[in-house]
Design a binder for this molecule. Structure first.
Ligand code: NAD
Length: 329
């Protein structure tokens, strides 16, 4: 069910709307009756993700880079700023463009929001906590981030984008909200972008050994994409503005080895495990404290890992054209 009433049909801009999360958000906003414009550079997004929307009467695609100022002719009521490569392999491929996307992109989209009097939501990230010394991470925690490491283009870029949002908010120029998104997974993740869930599933389905970095005892929490999309919409529509960042993620914590075992089990794959060194700056533990989301939005994730993995495995089976194994008689 939609979290908001579709009685008022809003004009909504979604940057990065052909990406993994953005395309699900566009689907949900259209389903709620709104007009949706997707501003997209196709850096990591895919035309296939929005192909079914291209003929939708309330959907428009604008090809462009958020680093360039953008003017929108019709009135805008909401801007969801999701544009930014999210996987380390992709955002480190051109780190300066990543930093510019985070900072200049947010500045340009905030300027657009100010011009239109539109409400603004920034897709921030749990990476603003870096390699956390507090566990689980509460929004008050200021993080442990390297400003010179290979992940800094993303982590520090997102931190700066949050700063811009709160300064615009304090100056009364834009009604800005910040969602700190934790690890999210689901159908339409890219198969080769190096994110843990897609990596393990694709390796399992292709019969290759599953890559585990470090000992595999490091933990992550995994939020299914439909839960996240609901949380983003609820944060955008919350009255009044909570004037604080809000963690959105699933607090259930799993060791990477547990996840790998579940994937092997659910795919019926004969693959083994192969251990590789931990990448630099890789956080050891990550789990959201979602008490603010619960209190402010009444939001919490509903999709259990097993169910979400099932949907994600089905997506990759189709993409890779791998048959579902028949149970052994
Ligand atoms: P994604 O890479 O699938 O999507 C990002 C989209 O932004 C892509 O369509 C890409 O082409 C587009 N894009 C990138 N740079 C752009 C630019 N300069 N101008 C215009 N478009 C540009 O990533 P995602 O997983 O869908 O993530 C969406 C947002 O959520 C990102 O801002 C990311 O930082 C944030 N986030 C995601 C996760 C997660 O687990 N998926 C976790 C934390 C934060």
């Amino acid at each position: 069910m939609s979290p908001m009433s579709a009685k008022r049909r809003l004009n909504i801009l979604v940057t990065g709307g052909a990406g993994f999360v953005g395309s699900h958000l566009c689907d949900a906003l259209l389903a709620a009756g709104h007009h949706v414009t997707c501003l997209e550079s196709f850096l990591t997004g895919s035309r296939a993700n929005i192909a079914p929307l291209l003929n939708h009467p309330r959907f428009a695609l604008v090809e462009g880079d958020v680093c360039t100022p953008y003017a929108h002719e019709e009135r805008l009521d909401r801007i969801y700023n999701l544009a930014c490569a999210a996987s380390p392999a992709r955002y480190q491929a051109d780190p300066i463009h990543t930093m510019m996307t985070c900072v200049n992109g947010a500045a340009n989209m905030l300027a657009l929001a100010e011009t239109h009097g539109a409400r603004f939501l920034q897709a921030s990230t749990s990476e603003v906590y870096g390699d956390p010394e507090q566990h689980p991470q509460h929004e008050d925690y200021h993080g442990n981030v390297s400003c010179t490491g290979p992940r800094a283009c993303y982590d520090e870029g997102k931190r700066a984008a949050e700063t811009l949002c709160f300064d615009m908010q304090r100056q009364g120029r834009v009604d800005a909200r910040v969602a700190r998104i934790f690890n999210t997974y689901g159908p339409r993740m890219q198969r080769d972008d190096g994110r843990i869930v897609s990596n393990l599933i694709v390796q399992a389905l292709s019969g290759r050994d599953l890559t585990i970095h470090g000992t595999g005892r490091q933990t992550r929490s995994f939020c299914f994409v439909s839960d996240l999309v609901l949380g983003l919409q609820q944060l955008m529509e919350l009255e009044p503005n909570p004037v604080q960042p809000v963690n959105l993620g699933n607090p259930d914590e799993y060791e990477i080895l547990d996840l790998a075992e579940q994937v092997l089990d659910m795919t019926g794959s004969p693959s083994g495990l192969v251990f590789r060194p931990l990448p630099e700056d890789d956080p050891r533990r990550r789990r959201p404290d979602i008490s603010a989301a619960r209190r402010l939005l009444g939001w919490q994730p509903e999709v259990p890992l097993h169910e979400g993995l099932g949907a994600t495995i089905a997506h990759f089976r189709m993409q890779l054209d791998v048959a579902t194994p028949r149970p052994v008689p």
